[in-house]
Design a protein around this ligand. Structure first.
Ligand SMILES: O=C(O)c1cc(C(=O)O)oc(=O)c1
Length: 292
């Protein structure tokens, strides 16, 4: 793995949609800069630098106020790049870490101090070598009570994930809705299974994100995604948060225009009330609760 990859648009368009004041891009990443924050030896992709300066320029260009930086798999369990992004944001970013389950309580406290409010468990075999559920559960019990747990998995393992998710002792947020096949439509088997997961616990939230990944074959403007996801947001309006997913890891063959990604928002959350919850109220509850 020697070639470094660019997976983001060099000149994204200005969205037609204007997010409400205080809108949060609650799922984005930083890559490096590598000279300062080297990638993990176990990384499955080696990206070009996509540091906080680029992220914050995009935030302003798209009309957002804050970011939630989610530790990307290419940085493994060393959260230094994510913490740096938060530190240089002037209070406008917080984050989600990926940790070695053997992390000490003092290290968890230091992450909190650095703006981390949750941890991420990644179950995608193309991104991580292993995902030890027993160790994940043990560390989950040691998290601060107001942190949450972000999980990334694909629809084909939803059934086997159920007991693990049921046992998690904190609020849960599912990345990219557990990657349903959106071409099945809003009532297809994947969406039905996902709804039954949401109905199993009132504190399972989700990110209705990544039209570019989930509607890859049809492509922009991702009509299958809009049709499948809008009813989910309508039915669970207090349990969703939204993000660009910039810099779109592994999307180098179908790089999305971030302006178009933002223009998906009014298609899945058509009213001002839904948009306020999705972009402001809900993520504020998880990341800046002290301001509410
Ligand atoms: O589907 C992916 O490739 C992907 C990867 C990562 C990561 O590498 O952390 O994060 C995401 O949200 C999505």
């Amino acid at each position: 793995m020697t070639d470094r990859i660019t997976s983001w648009h060099s000149a994204p368009s200005k969205p037609a949609y204007t997010p409400p004041p205080g809108a949060i891009d609650a799922h984005c990443h930083v890559f490096g800069p590598m000279a300062q924050f080297p990638f993990s030896p176990k990384a499955k992709y080696l990206p070009e630098d996509a540091g906080p300066d680029k992220l914050f320029a995009l935030r302003d260009h798209l009309g957002f106020a804050r970011n939630v930086i989610v530790q990307a798999s290419c940085h493994g369990t060393n959260n230094a790049a994510t913490l740096n992004g938060i530190a240089v944001s002037g209070g406008k970013a917080r984050g989600v870490a990926v940790v070695d389950p053997a992390i000490t309580d003092a290290e968890i406290a230091a992450l909190h101090e650095g703006g981390i409010r949750g941890i991420r468990f990644n179950f995608l075999k193309r991104l991580v070598d292993d995902a030890p559920k027993d160790k994940f559960l043990e560390v989950a019990h040691r998290l601060p009570a107001d942190w949450h747990i972000v999980i990334y998995f694909e629809a084909d393992i939803l059934e086997e994930m159920r007991p693990f998710i049921a046992a998690l002792p904190r609020l849960v947020v599912i990345d990219h809705m557990g990657r349903p096949d959106v071409t099945q439509g809003p009532n297809g088997p994947d969406m039905q299974a996902f709804r039954s997961l949401l109905d199993s616990r009132p504190d399972i939230w989700f990110k209705p994100t990544c039209p570019d990944r989930l509607d890859l074959a049809a492509g922009d403007p991702w009509d299958n995604f809009a049709a499948a996801v809008a009813p989910l947001v309508a039915d669970y309006p207090d349990r969703c948060i939204w993000g660009t997913d910039w810099p779109h890891p592994n999307m180098e063959k179908a790089i999305p225009d971030d302006g178009h990604i933002v223009d998906m928002i009014p298609r899945i959350a058509p009213t001002a009330e839904l948009q306020q919850k999705l972009l402001v109220t809900n993520p504020m509850r998880l990341y800046w609760p002290e301001e509410l």
